[in-house]
Design a binder for this molecule. Sequence first.
Ligand code: M6R
Length: 366
Amino acid sequence: EKGGYEHFMIKEIYEQPRAIRETMSSRLAKDDSHIILDELKWTKQEMAAIKKIVVVACGTAYNAGLVGKYYLESLSRIPVEVDVASEFRYRSPLVDENTLAIVVSQSGETLDTLAALKEAKRLGAKTLAITNVVGSSISREADQVIYTWAGPEIAVASTKAYTTQLVLMSMLAIYIAGLRDTISAERSRELISGLRNLPAQLHEILEDVESIKTFAQKYGFNEDVFFIGRSLDYAVALEGALKLKEISYIHAEAYAAGELKHGTLALIIEGVPVIALATQHDVYEKTLSNIKEVKARDAVVIGIAQQGDEQINKYVDHTIFIPKADKFLAPILAVLPLQLLAYYAAVTRGCDVDKPRNLAKSVTVE
Ligand code: M6R
């Protein structure tokens, strides 16, 4: 069933162009003018009444929620909170009938996420589930559901579920912004055509993984790895660190690059690997100055940057380039090298990639 691959995880990493194409299929208008989400039955009036969105999830799905917050807030101008499900359910959340609660869960069975969904419903929120499993408990409990069409995800480490969740989140944000008239026709078209380019761009990354493999082999025996980035790159950094911890057991931490000098910089010493994401043009110069800070402490820096970036090489030890994309969509590309780094680091260390110690694919206990 692994289709010639050594592990489910690497098979699922390679399935991403297809999974994303499926998730988008029939949901992008032919002329790129709008998003089609016929599953959603909201009226313009109902959407106009929404005062707040809460996104609730665990693990990787939570990390996808952080990217979703950025999409939803920038496009629909509705305030968005993202919460870990096990926290949300026990903190008497401020949720009412003018709240839209979005739960994100690959399996649709995560107990804390299901309980958070029930709590949001009890408090009167409108609820929406983003899940990968048709008929799952979460899909049955939510008022409305949109499915990622990633296909079954077997490896404990989530990969194609994350990228399809990001794709769906971006489509949802464009859709809601359309209902609220907060997005221009031009921006909408730009993003939709950007979405269409993703499968081919992902494919491009997957065609040349040699340098990533080499870095993983070289740095796979370090005790600590740091991931830094700003804005959407920070959200992706969190996912990169989770992936590395989960399957390679390397201690990894992600920081908003601007936070480093508020404490963590003390840990950056000679030879410590730092993966620096620099795909967001609006904060690019700021990120570069953070990269200089870690370089000055003799960290080994691997930059993740957009093709065409001619500056980055001057400041980092190595660069992994991703195909050029809109800053909104760059996370969907930038996470791939991080998934691959984690995978090859785990393989180098001889870890049980598909079944990491202590973890289960679906967490149905508290
Ligand atoms: O099925 P779910 O999306 O609700 O699962 C949530 C987390 O348990 C899951 O994403 C976990 O963090 C993964 N093992 C990460 O790779």
